[in-house]
Design a protein around this ligand. Structure first.
Ligand code: PLP
Length: 356
């Protein structure tokens, strides 16, 4: 049989969760709540749903490969030019394109661990090494990441907020990191949960874009905009970077429904505000209940909470049997997405039952 390069066959594939319907059938349960993938529990904006209806009329046509209107709307909102924006099939695809654009086999990328698993996959798929720097207090250790940069480093990935811990890097440390970074290294600031952050000291990556640094800022319509199923993300960078990445971007990587829905969602400020408020309320409730139960958790700036536990397996299984789907993060932690009030209450009640 034909064999791929060793650096491909040695990649551990991303393991997708089972469809909820299948899980319910196997466990003989109904009405489960899915708090496993950091989705917006309110769903998409009604304006996006309307746009989706309209867009179905033209499905015989190819999408606008340039994403003209969506990029225009994004650029206007961000006070940048459309040439500073690239659209991706989720921000996930842009992680991959960034690695393919800037890495040669044998080079290195620095990232945190635990962080978003796709960084290491993208880098390894290029025959490159993922240099993984442990979190410090559940947060990216930017000083240690800086020390790990060598002349062989091409990309530093920073998830801000980090998935799975929900922590952020603040302005002062991020600015110091950017100031000291040598030339020839691309910083990928992955801000998938950007719109959820409340901390006024949250790092300002756009400042470094405006200063002309080699930075690629990634954001997505999958989280607060509630459009994970349509796969639309975007990157912001200087036009030279966007031009190079576009050479490797498949021509129709974002679909027509996704583009129209994203553009409408972007303008629905009321839905964004409601989504943020629902998340804040849920966060306060769950954290309060975890305090009451004497359980440890990491304070979050995102729409999920990381719970360090002794043994995640039995807890995960116990919650599952009660119809609450969370995400185990190795043997030492669980990650739960903040849901609707009734979903959060289901999670807390199930947790109390499992803990006896
Ligand atoms: C930190 C982080 N980056 C990127 C993504 C990818 O999001 P999408 O490809 O849906 O835009 C996720 C999704 O969970 C994430 O947690």
């Amino acid at each position: 049989m034909i064999r791929p390069p060793e650096y491909v066959s040695s990649i551990r594939p991303y393991v997708p969760g089972k469809p909820v319907e299948e899980l319910e059938r196997e466990l003989g349960i109904k009405d489960s709540v899915k708090l496993a993938s950091n989705e917006n529990p309110l769903g998409p904006s009604p304006r996006a749903l309307e746009a989706i209806q309209k867009a179905t009329k033209d499905l015989n046509r190819y999408p606008d490969g340039g994403g003209y209107y969506l990029k225009g709307a994004l650029a206007a909102g961000l006070a940048v030019e459309p040439e500073n924006i690239i659209l991706g099939n989720g921000s996930n695809e842009l992680l991959d394109i960034a690695a393919r654009t800037y890495m040669r086999p044998g080079e290195e990328a620095v990232m945190a661990t635990p962080s978003f698993v796709v960084y290491a996959m993208a880098v390894r798929s290029m025959g490159c090494a993922a240099i993984e720097i442990p979190l410090k207090k559940h947060t990216h250790d930017l000083e240690a990441m800086q020390r790990a940069v060598t002349p062989n480093t091409r990309i530093v990935f920073i998830a801000n907020p980090n998935n799975p811990t929900g922590t952020i890097n603040r302005k002062d440390e991020f600015d110091r990191f950017m100031e000291e970074l040598p030339e020839g290294v691309l910083v990928v600031a992955d801000e998938a949960y950007y719109e959820y952050v409340c901390d006024p000291e949250y790092a300002d990556s756009m400042k470094w874009f405006r200063a002309g640094k080699d930075v690629l800022i990634l954001r997505t319509f999958s989280k607060i905009f509630g459009l994970a199923g349509l796969r639309v993300g975007y990157g912001i960078a200087k036009s030279g970077i966007i031009t190079e990445m576009n050479k490797l971007r498949p021509p129709f990587n974002t679909n027509s429904i996704g583009q129209m829905a994203a553009q409408s969602a972007l303008g629905d400020h009321a839905h964004i505000a409601k989504s943020r408020e629902t998340n804040e309320t849920g966060k306060r409730y769950i954290c309060g209940e975890l305090d009451r139960l004497g359980l440890q958790y990491v304070p979050t700036e995102a729409n999920f909470i990381y719970l360090p536990v002794d043994d995640s397996g039995p807890l995960y299984e116990g919650l599952l049997k009660q119809g609450v789907i969370v995400r185990p993060m190795g043997p030492g932690a669980l990650r739960v997405t903040i849901g609707l009030p009734e979903e959060n209450a289901r999670f807390v009640a199930a947790l109390e039952t499992v803990l006896g």
